[in-house]
Design a protein around this ligand. Structure first.
Ligand code: NAD
Ligand code: UFG
Length: 340
């Protein structure tokens, strides 16, 4: 019997790539998503890649009644909880929306899991919980909780909620995964990141400059104390990240209790290095200009990725050039994202 995995937010960028890996590893994903930042076309793409169209139920995770019905009618082994809003700028404008959607959905989910005696959960956290890191690379034991925006605050609060729950209920297996910067796309060119409006994040901005949708990239700051003055991040290929979730499920099967992992590459790449890697990988020039720093940005953020390697066997396969090639392959084949 295949294990059923409830994937909240499973039509989104990271969720959809994880669903593909789950199917290929013989799990049976059951997707719930309210489509606030995704499209059902993703299901057709998953079918094209895997031969399987996963079950999808449209619902908001905060809808306790609908969510309960999903648990009642399935035999859920574990939940991977991707559902959430993630735009830092929007969270500053609409903090209540972020508290309600991200924290509220997790509260409802945990309540329903308890009702149906489901004890296994993997949660999408973020390197943002480290705030402005005191050192790089960042270890899981480094201080968390100095958030700089409501989005980050929701991740910190949900982590606290899960840690508290693990103490109250020793039967719970809880994996908190702190993602660094996911980019790239499925190598088929059928799935990738499809942001609404003008992208906030670097890679989708770069690909939209490359495809001619946007005139030039603004590089936010070249006076940071980094190798070339531009911000340094740990860019991880979304397929590597997706595989990290499958490995985490294998860990959960061993009843580990509470576990926390950085999912990153351990390599810091500057904005200029990423732009040059993109140009080299794809033979396209990216027009850019230097502008002032973006408020809230930190100079450097990259992982020490040893713990996930030691305990999960997690090792990234793709480097920054692979990421740039796959992001571009997705964008050029789907200039309008999942829209026709
Ligand atoms: P995404 O927006 O592509 O996917 C999130 C999905 O959740 C979307 O399909 C959206 O429709 C759905 N959703 C949102 N609120 C919902 C709700 N209340 N009920 C049901 N569905 C809901 O984002 P992503 O990049 O795939 O991120 C997935 C998770 O990983 C998020 O929790 C995000 O905060 C976290 N994360 C993302 C990044 C990143 O840079 N992409 C970095 C660190 C952490
Ligand atoms: N940048 C630019 N120009 C742009 C966009 C970004 O120069 O148009 C720079 C930023 O200043 C930063 C780097 O590119 O130095 C990366 O910026 P992103 O916006 O792509 O990513 P962040 O590191 O700021 O944040 C991302 C997610 C957060 C998450 C964090 C850590 O947006 O939600 O990674 O996981 F918390």
């Amino acid at each position: 019997m295949k294990k059923q995995i409830l994937v909240t937010g499973g039509l989104g960028f990271i969720g959809s790539h994880t669903v593909v890996e789950l199917i290929q590893e013989n799990y049976e994903p059951v997707i719930v998503d309210n489509l606030c930042n995704s499209k059902t076309e993703v299901l057709n793409r998953i079918k094209k890649i895997t031969g399987v169209k996963p079950e999808f139920i449209e619902l908001d995770v905060r809808d306790e009644e609908k969510l309960s019905k999903v648990f009642a009618s399935h035999n859920i082994f574990a939940v991977i909880h991707f559902a959430g809003l993630k735009a830092v700028g929007e969270s500053v404008q609409k903090p209540q929306l972020y508290y309600d959607n991200n924290i509220g959905s997790t509260e409802v989910l945990l309540k329903v899991m308890d009702k149906y005696n489901v004890k296994n959960i993997v949660f999408s956290s973020s390197a943002t919980v480290y705030g402005n890191p005191k050192r790089v690379p960042i270890y899981e034991t480094d201080p968390v909780g100095e958030f700089t925006n409501p989005y980050a605050e929701t991740k910190v609060r949900i982590e606290e909620m899960l840690i508290k729950l693990s103490k109250q209920d020793p039967k719970m297996n809880i994996a908190i995964l702190r993602y660094f910067n996911p980019i790239g796309a499925h190598k088929s060119g059928l799935m990738g990141e499809d942001p609404r409006g003008i992208p906030n994040n670097l890679m989708p901005y770069v690909t939209q400059v490359a495809v001619g949708k946007l005139p030039e990239l603004s590089i936010f700051g070249n006076d940071y104390p980094t190798k070339d003055g531009t911000g340094v991040r740990d860019y991880i290929h979304v397929v590597d990240l997706a595989i990290g979730h499958v490995l985490t499920l294998k860990k959960i099967e061993q009843n580990p209790g509470l576990v926390i992992y950085n999912l990153g590459t351990g390599v810091g790449t500057s904005v200029l290095e990423l732009v040059h890697a993109f140009e080299e990988a794809n033979g396209i020039k990216i027009a850019y200009k230097m502008v002032g720093r973006r408020p809230g940005d930190v100079p450097e953020c990259y992982a020490n990725a040893d713990k996930a390697y030691r305990e999960l066997g997690f090792k990234t396969k793709y480097n920054i050039v692979d990421c740039c090639r796959d992001s571009w392959n997705w964008q050029k084949n789907n200039p309008k994202g999942y829209d026709k």
